[in-house]
Design a binder for this molecule. Sequence first.
Ligand SMILES: [Fe+2]
Length: 157
Amino acid sequence: MHSDGVDYGALVWSDDLVLGIEEIDTQHQEWIALVQAYERAVRDGGSAEEVRRALAAAVAYTESHFADEQRVMGEAGYPFLDDHIEQHQLAWERVHAFDGKGGEEDLRENLADFLPQWLMLHINTADRQFARWLRGDDETPCAAAAVEGRVFGNIPV
Ligand SMILES: [Fe+2]
């Protein structure tokens, strides 16, 4: 379990995660599948090579997904894009802190804990805030949503 004791739920795709933006929803499904594969490789005691390969695939997809999502937001003129990019960057830095090329198993296990939880939280808060804004029904005070999206232990993402 997580050091902060907060559980944002198992990493499972469901209709609850649908934002109504087709390109992003499709990518979120693929992203979740890749992170699940990584999580499974760690949990099921996959070989170091299997774990490394699954992590590399998840990390590569994370990078291209962040870029695509930021492009969609930029094209839409999303006013909170800078804040969203910052959230992506903080997660990205944390992922790379674990993505050492050495075989540091405990770090990979730690990441297998962090990444699925961060992903569920991020989709359900920051990404959903964008979807609401895009639909024009963002009644949620953005500051409140942003603060909610940043709660992850003491990690400001
Ligand atoms: Fe995002």
